[in-house]
Design a protein. Structure first.
Length: 324
């Protein structure tokens, strides 16, 4: 049982409507339903009576709701107590989508070189969870796509990251050093990430396939990390589309190749809550700017035919983002 499952259940119990509950949690309705079903299987009881037009708590669900709320309250107080205990020490709380990507680690090394006295806490969380933690102060700054950020979350574009495909060594794509045509993905089982973790990247990849004139064959399983995705690729069950910043963590036995026709760039942005008082946010942004200039992260800033996270007209940047 996971804390997010408890939170999803409490939200659904308050709304008694899957659509509204999913909107509150910044996830799609199918992901919410999947997590509730998983919770019920783990508990071995039915928490909800649901039909096409009706959602209601069962007696077991009503009893579980009381305890679930108490657990979430205790976790919140525990987190606040921990933050209060280190309030006197300079700290920076940073959100990352997946430890397999190298963009934020590089930025933090740049930042830490000039500010060695600041303690950095990295939190691995999907983009919807990052938005919540930015809003309630559990995170100071995060990294992710900025196409669907809430109004109170500010963003700065820092990297236009070539999108590619991860395949097992020996696959036909592995020999295509100049790149793999997007249309070639039509003949491959394509692995997507867990919807509650990487909804923007999933949508980005699906829109890219549609722009090339086909609907991909989706591999039935899902994963919550790029390392787990690499395991499935290594077993030759599927291929997986990821930005180039994952290449440094590629598992031996797999190969990353860029996608071409169209060549597409995934936009990474720094994200922070506009009311956050941390004095370190501006310093992190400045470190990112210097690194982006030195490594040429924003050089592919010409219009591309690829999609953007959040949909809309094709472009390499999000609708409200500006480069650092």
């Amino acid at each position: 049982m996971e804390l997010r499952q408890l939170r999803y259940f409490v939200t659904l119990a308050e709304e008694l409507h899957f659509g509204r509950a999913a909107a509150r949690e910044h996830i799609v309705q199918s992901a919410l339903s999947q997590q509730i079903q998983r919770l019920e299987r783990e508990l071995g009881v039915r928490l909800l009576d649901r039909s096409t037009h009706h959602v209601a708590l069962t007696p077991a669900g009503a009893a579980f709701l009381i305890e679930a709320r108490q657990i979430l309250d205790h976790v919140g107080r525990a987190g606040q107590a921990a933050r209060n205990a280190v309030a006197s020490a300079p700290t920076l709380r940073v959100g990352i989508i997946d430890a397999g990507y190298d963009t934020m680690p590089q930025i933090l090394r740049e930042f830490q070189h000039a500010h060695s006295d600041i303690t950095i806490h990295q939190v691995e969380a999907g983009t919807p969870e990052q938005y919540r933690q930015l809003a309630d102060g559990r995170l100071d700054i995060a990294i992710g796509p900025a196409g669907q950020t809430p109004a109170a979350v500010e963003s700065k574009l820092i990297r236009l990251d070539p999108l590619g495909v991860l395949v097992p060594d020996g696959h036909d794509f592995a020999d295509m050093t100049d790149g793999v045509r997007v249309a070639a993905l039509a003949d491959e089982p394509l692995l997507l990430g867990e919807e509650s973790q990487t909804p923007e990247l999933n949508q980005f990849v699906l829109e890219l396939c549609r722009s090339a004139g086909f609907a991909p064959t989706i591999y039935e399983g899902t994963v919550e990390s790029t390392r787990a995705a690499a395991d499935l690729v290594l077993q030759r069950r599927c291929v997986h589309c990821v930005p180039s910043s994952f290449r440094t963590s590629t598992r031996p036995g797999t190969t990353w190749r860029p996608l071409i026709e169209p060549a597409t760039h995934y936009p990474w942005s720094l994200l922070w809550y506009d009311a956050n008082p941390s004095p370190h946010i501006a310093t992190v942004i400045d470190s990112a700017r210097q690194l982006a200039e030195r490594l040429g992260w924003l050089e592919p800033a010409v219009p591309s035919t690829g999609p953007t996270p959040g949909g809309g007209a094709p472009s390499v940047t999000s609708h409200s983002d500006e480069p650092v």
